[in-house]
Design a protein around this ligand. Structure first.
Ligand SMILES: Cc1cc2nc3c(=O)[nH]c(=O)nc-3n(C[C@H](O)[C@H](O)[C@H](O)COP(=O)(O)OP(=O)(O)OC[C@H]3O[C@@H](n4cnc5c(N)ncnc54)[C@H](O)[C@@H]3O)c2cc1C
Length: 392
């Protein structure tokens, strides 16, 4: 259970009045699920660097996997603001929980829905939506992170199948995945997506050990050693980097909302603690230095909430540009990591303990500020959008 009453979760600018009844119901149900299913387990999972058992099936049950995927393929057909709200509530629990839902929704279901054949959609999407099947997304390689266009993974036409070779690194859920959407180069050097299933000969998924961040999430490699991929597993309707980049746009949008949840968890914990903890005979909340911190946290959270709501409106209208999404991802992750770090100080020594969430969120957000485009790369995207000059 959270350390603070859920009624203290802030809505300082009355943003709830801009949400629909459905948005508020979705938020409440995910919030309740986080309290009952995630909060009691998350510290233990993170401390022991292990995943939460049955997480994906539970996320499927609450409709958090592919919420905007059409109902005919097992999704809920919800709008983009609903998707954002779900991500926010999940990340109030932990970035690992939100990452699991982000990858499955935006990086696996999204490309299959957007670029897949009818057979692929029917075969994979319903099982991914229910969490019975776990997906991974393979873009990053050992030698190519920020520059995925230089990827080395490739496949060649080998008669009735493709032969896939290469390796992907830093892949969320790799050790658990049943399928992976893998981006590689065809014989013309053009990027295309393939659906690789666990069990294909030559495909392995070694786990990345000893992470200090996202410890309740499994990360690993995807290794392809002459893997025979059936031709019907090629995503037929996209060619070039715009395939993976459009997935990243969807995931980055969700991250912009998600990290507000982590920031809220830290802010609410710090506020509650500051009112209860007495030093020099008075609650530490009565001191101006602590009030300054709390006031700044709430200001930054409120700004981030407004940014996301308008970005969600643009996304619903299919008008959100990749540069607008970059701006929100960059701003909001920085906001959240700073609140996690500063709020930990309000708890003094207690702030380093597992009973409180700050160290866990701060460590998680080190990954979030790096994945899906680093903080620097999003700045360069904004710079290019402003000036028209590519500074990469
Ligand atoms: C926990 C975790 C989970 C992940 N999950 C996935 C996943 O599921 N699927 C997937 O495909 N990837 C995943 N990633 C990979 C992630 O997207 C990459 O780590 C990220 O894109 C950065 O790549 P890199 O680590 O190779 O860093 P690099 O690209 O080597 O960057 C190193 C530094 O150089 C800077 N830099 C790079 N280029 C420039 C430039 N032109 N100008 C100025 N500075 C520059 C960067 O900002 C960064 O600070 C995950 C990463 C982590 C940590």
């Amino acid at each position: 259970m959270s350390y603070y009453p859920l009624t203290s979760i802030p809505d300082y600018y009355g943003i709830d009045s801009l949400l629909t009844e459905e948005h508020l119901l979705i938020r409440q149900s995910v919030r309740d699920w986080i309290e009952s299913f995630v909060m009691p387990k998350i510290d233990d999972a993170a401390q022991h660097h292990t995943d939460i058992p049955d997480l994906m099936k539970e996320l499927g049950k609450i409709g958090a996997l592919g919420p905007y995927i059409p109902e005919e393929y097992g999704g809920s057909g919800l709008d983009q603001i609903s998707y954002g709200i779900i991500m926010q509530e999940l990340e109030r629990g932990d970035s690992a929980v939100r990452s699991a839902a982000s990858v499955q929704s935006s990086l696996v279901m999204f490309p299959i829905n957007e670029f897949g054949s009818e057979e692929q959609k029917k075969k994979y999407l319903p099982q991914l939506a229910s969490g019975e099947m776990i997906g991974a997304f393979g873009l990053t390689e050992p030698n190519h992170g920020s520059d995925p266009g230089s990827m080395e993974t490739y496949f060649v036409d080998n008669g009735d199948h493709y032969l896939l070779n290469g390796a992907k690194m830093w892949i969320t859920n790799a050790p658990l995945c049943d399928i992976a959407v893998v981006w590689g180069k065809n014989e013309d050097g053009k990027v295309q997506g393939l659906i690789v299933e666990r069990g294909f000969e030559g495909f392995s998924t070694p786990e990345t050990q000893n992470k200090w961040s996202l410890r309740a999430s499994k990360t690993g490699e995807l290794v392809f050693n002459n893997v025979k991929v059936p031709k019907e597993n090629l995503l037929p309707n996209v060619i070039g980097l715009k395939g993976p980049l459009s997935c990243l746009n969807s995931a980055r949008y969700g991250i912009s909302w998600g990290v507000i949840g982590a920031a809220i968890d830290c802010y609410c914990t710090a506020l509650q603690y500051a009112k209860e903890r007495k030093q020099f005979g008075k609650p530490i909340a009565s001191y101006q230095l602590q009030q300054k911190k709390l006031a700044e946290f709430l200001t930054e959270i409120t700004k981030a909430q407004l940014l996301c709501l308008q970005l969600g409106n643009l996304k619903n209208a299919h008008k959100a540009t990749p540069a607008q999404i970059s701006m929100a991802k960059r701003n909001n992750v920085k906001m959240a990591i700073e609140i996690a770090r500063e709020s930990r100080q309000i708890l003094g020594g207690m702030g380093i303990m597992g009973e409180f969430p700050m160290m866990r969120h701060a460590a998680n957000l080190e990954s979030v500020i790096t994945y899906e485009g680093t903080h620097d790369i999003h700045l360069l995207i904004t710079g290019m959008d402003i000036t028209g000059i590519n500074a990469f």
